[in-house]
Design a protein. Structure first.
Length: 368
């Protein structure tokens, strides 16, 4: 019997354990457990998903969505406002008619931990030697030192958070460009979550708080500063794998984190089953995260209706990727219907990171 232990019960730890259970459920020689410190609360952000996350959850759990066990609200896509110079707003749907969800992070955690799909141990892990397991996926949170990490290029490094009473039935995430960056509005069952993302080296926290109040009509409750990064070492001693914020972090413009966590877990599990090499793992994960970085930079390069120091900086950030340039060129000269036919006949790569060609075409149509 081989044992895989996941450390941490944030979104990354929960999804890693669920994916591991799903992978090994029919294999009697594997045991999955999740170890977490109940005194460590989940992050106050990270409640948006993409369709792949909901597909995984529906595959593992017999969820009666009418009962809504973790306060899901439907997310059909993202409504962009003030982005680019072409339109005041436009909708970015998920491809193929899929939908995703927003959820309550505390109820989601409670649902997964009480599901009895895998053993749950409450323990504060201070060192890997405290874990009696063959393999470990470490989702225990941000590193204490960034000495062995690479900085990812992104113009955002701070966020203000707040919450207000529920206003209306919003079935998407609002992503609104502001003079300082962008802000989100996420519908919950009984409230609305607000976030104001900016660059603290360009905009002071005091000015951001004032702008937050002007836009949302409420005061912000939390200010979180962050770095955008990826670890240079994904695996330790061939048995410990990094995931979640221990592995990487990049700002949440397109709900990038959860699908990246699942992708990393799948890559590690394929290695454990003998179908991938250690060298391939590093290349696969690093390439995927760089595609997230590049795609977000491309969104910022479209600019906004504001001519401000932040947008001067954001539009100046460049990246080099011949594959992405080729996909943009392919999409630029075709209708959306023609782009879908390319996806169907697989004549070009179907996806770039988590985005299919229709996402690239949608952005070109509405901002360029």
């Amino acid at each position: 019997m081989k044992k895989l232990s996941v450390i941490g019960a944030g979104s990354a730890g929960l999804l890693s354990a669920v994916q591991a259970y799903y992978t090994f459920v029919n294999e009697s020689d594997w045991e999955v457990e999740l170890i977490h410190d109940p005194n460590v609360p989940p992050e106050k952000v990270g409640q948006g998903t993409v369709p792949g996350v909901m597909i995984l959850l529906s595959s593992v759990f017999d969820i009666h969505w009418a009962d809504n066990p973790f306060d899901v609200t439907i997310k059909h896509g993202i409504m962009y406002k003030n982005w680019g110079k072409k339109k005041d707003k436009f909708f970015h749907p998920f491809g193929m008619g899929y939908s995703a969800a927003h959820y309550d992070v505390n109820k989601f955690r409670e649902f997964i931990l009480s599901s009895n799909k895998f053993k749950v141990i409450e323990k504060n892990i201070k060192d890997y030697s405290d874990v009696d397991s063959d393999y470990i996926i470490d989702c225990s949170g941000k590193p204490t030192s960034f000495d062995n990490y690479t900085t990812l290029t992104n113009p955002i490094n701070s966020v203000l958070l707040g919450r207000s009473e529920k206003e209306d039935d919003l079935h998407w995430t609002d992503c609104v460009a502001t003079p300082d960056g962008w802000c989100f509005r996420i519908p919950n069952v009984d409230s609305v979550s607000h976030g104001y993302l900016f660059n603290k080296d360009i905009t002071t926290v005091e000015q951001a708080r004032e702008n937050f109040r002007d836009i949302f009509g409420i005061d912000s409750t939390d200010n979180l500063n962050f770095s955008n990064y990826i670890s240079n070492q994904f695996m330790i001693d061939d048995r410990i794998f990094l995931n979640g914020n221990k592995l990487m972090f990049i700002e949440p413009l397109e709900a990038n984190s959860n699908p990246a966590y699942i992708r990393a877990t799948n890559t590690y599990l394929s290695y454990l089953k003998g179908s991938l090499s250690k060298k391939y793992i590093h290349g696969e994960i690093y390439s995927y995260v760089l595609k997230i970085q590049n795609y977000l930079l491309w969104l910022y390069q479209a600019g906004s209706k504001y001519n401000t120091p932040f947008w001067d900086y954001a539009t100046s950030l460049k990246f080099d990727d011949n594959l992405f340039d080729a996909l943009v060129n392919v999409c630029s000269d075709r209708s959306m219907e023609s782009v879908w036919s390319l996806i169907d006949d697989q004549s070009v790569p179907e996806q770039y990171g988590q985005w299919d060609l229709s996402s690239i075409k949608n952005w070109i149509q509405n901002t360029k």
